[in-house]
Design a protein around this ligand. Structure first.
Ligand code: NAD
Ligand code: AHE
Ligand code: ZN
Length: 375
């Protein structure tokens, strides 16, 4: 198949709000500095649903979604040296070129090399490698893992230990890494109080990592009380459902009261801008730091009284947990293999590729942490 167009199945989303359709697609061979990957497994992240539903201001259609995949390199284009055919790989929606201003700054994991074409749903040469029913189909987040074969930039993929089970470590492509990084790259969590809003895979990962790092108190907040057992199992010390507070009490008032002034650290893992405000206002005066992980719909904006910041609270955010994928993911895979990082616990559902839309429904039902799709 090297150098040839591959025909395979992919889940195509033809328009905002539509279900995915399993279609036969043509996947062109990788050009220079590109890698074609046979995807074996992919998670479904809330961000895939966000873009499918039409809430993403960068959303483009038709598109092949998916950014939490694992696979095997099928072939490489000219000039690719970082991975080879047969390698076990994880596609990276946050590239790492090691040459751009961002990568060289030492201050961020965001990379500038392919981000603008990635945002246009295209490869770095501004064209697509996917064709369906005679028309080009957009790439998504530089990964498009809802296809049996995908093409990514060489800066957007990392080889990991060949013995790693891809149906588990695929989750390092987004959810688990994001949560892990959001905590370990934030100094001072040890012996501190932490609140986590939203107990999906991201929030639970934050809870789990905060517990490992040694937070003294971890309060999980979710409107679904079914998440209580999950949160406690992952290391939360308490659980609060804001909709069950007596007399319609405001959640931020309740949290500030039970923590003698608020938290050292809070995290939003809901994507709801009202919750982001609550998370900021639940921080302790003088030093509390609130991190936004959740992704908000197009047109949504955050608000608070500037006085909240004047009086020493910090509002920040993180993408992919601040993790540099090519440098750090192989180590996270080793941590998983050595029993130091939880992944299995998050996989509550498995779906065959043909049932991928059911996987999206699973996500909405509230008892699903992650659904892994077997390609
Ligand atoms: P999820 O849908 O599995 O979990 C969200 C949780 O939030 C659910 O348990 C839900 O009950 C809870 N929730 C919803 N509204 C709430 C409210 N008002 N108060 C408290 N809890 C509420 O989603 P996920 O896959 O865990 O992703 C969480 C968010 O993180 C999404 O917005 C996703 O797009 C975003 N995300 C961001 C990054 C990043 O790099 N910044 C990476 C991955 C995911
Ligand atoms: N396209 C959206 C923003 C989406 C967004 O913030 N994505 C996160 C990753 S979510 C993974 O599940 C991210 O990494 N953002 C940084 C980046 O470069 O995209 C919008 O609002 O336009
Ligand atoms: Zn994601």
């Amino acid at each position: 198949t090297v150098g040839q167009v591959i025909k395979c199945k992919a889940a195509v989303c033809w328009g905002a709000g539509e279900s995915l359709k399993i279609e036969e697609v043509e996947v062109a061979p990788p050009k220079a500095h590109e890698v074609r990957i046979k995807i074996l497994h992919t998670g479904i992240c809330h961000t895939d649903e966000y873009t499918r539903s039409g809430k993403d201001s960068e959303g483009l259609f038709p598109v092949i979604l998916g950014h939490e995949g694992g696979g095997i390199v099928e072939s490489i284009g000219e000039g690719v040296t970082s991975v080879a055919p047969g390698d076990c790989v994880i596609p990276l929606y946050t590239a790492e070129c090691r040459e751009c201003k961002f990568c060289k700054s030492g201050k961020t994991n965001l990379c500038g090399k392919v981000r603008s074409t990635q945002g246009q749903g295209l490869m770095p040469d501004s064209t697509s490698r996917f064709t369906c029913r005679g028309q080009p189909v957009h790439h998504f987040m530089g990964t498009s893992t809802f296809s049996q074969y995908t093409v990514v930039a060489d800066v957007s993929v990392v080889a990991v230990n060949k013995t790693a089970p891809l149906d588990k470590v695929c989750l390092l492509g987004c959810g688990i890494t994001t949560a892990w990084g959001a905590v370990v790259k934030q100094p001072g969590i040890k012996d501190s109080t932490v609140a986590v809003f939203g107990c999906g895979a991201i929030g639970l990962g934050v809870i789990s990592t905060a517990a490992v790092v040694g937070a003294s108190r971890i309060i999980a907040v979710d409107i679904n009380s079914g998440k209580k057992d999950w949160a406690l199992k992952m290391g939360a010390t308490e659980f609060v459902n804001p909709t069950e507070l007596p007399g319609g009490r405001r959640i931020q008032d309740h949290l500030v009261e039970i923590t003698d002034g608020g938290f050292d650290f809070t995290f939003d893992a809901t994507g709801n801008v009202q919750v982001m405000r609550v998370a900021l206002e639940a921080c302790h005066k003088g030093w509390g730091v609130s991190t936004i992980i959740g992704v908000a719909a197009a047109g949504q904006e955050i608000a608070t009284r500037p006085f909240q910041l004047v009086t020493g609270r910090t509002w920040r955010g993180t993408a992919f947990g601040g993790v540099k994928g090519r440098t750090e993911l192989p180590g996270l895979v080793e941590d998983y293999l050595n029993g130091k990082l939880k992944i299995d616990e998050y996989v509550t559902h498995h779906r065959k590729f043909e049932e991928i839309n059911e996987g999206f429904h699973d996500m909405h039902r509230g008892d699903c942490i992650r659904c892994v799709v077997d390609m």
